[in-house]
Design a protein around this ligand. Sequence first.
Ligand code: CA2
Length: 147
Amino acid sequence: MTAILFLNGPNLNLLGTRQPEVYGHTTLGDIEQMCRAHAAPKDVRIGFEQSNHEGALIDAIHAARDQYDGIVLNAGAYTHSSVALMDAITSAAVPTIELHLSNVHAREEFRHHSYIARVAVGVICGFGAHGYVLALDAILAHLARRG
Ligand code: CA2
């Protein structure tokens, strides 16, 4: 069975509780349920994790090598700063999609650059919580194309 890890970075545990004008009212728990509901009929196993710590995210990416076929990564602000996360994705060699709730390109200049995008299969941003479902379909299509 295909297995996909959704990995969420710093502050995303606060989703639905603050800044709803930017990030919406949906909680990370709601998003996890959406992903599980979308995956169930496709016979796909889902892992869903969140950490505020860069090292924990790196450990999760390393561990994904033996447990998952693909990763959907919303690395939060680490997207724009973390060479270490980029290196972890390269070394784990698990196909990874970069995901953001907001359209980072319509926001501050510092959010326009991503270290993750260099090593990602592709990037999805700006579709709010629905982006997680889009990313699941995108990573499954990518894995199917690869065979
Ligand atoms: O749009 C996204 O998904 C981001 O990854 C969210 C990050 C931000 O640093 C990235 O540039 C884009 C921030 C996550 C903060 O999440 C919060 C949620 C609710 C309240 C406060 C922060």
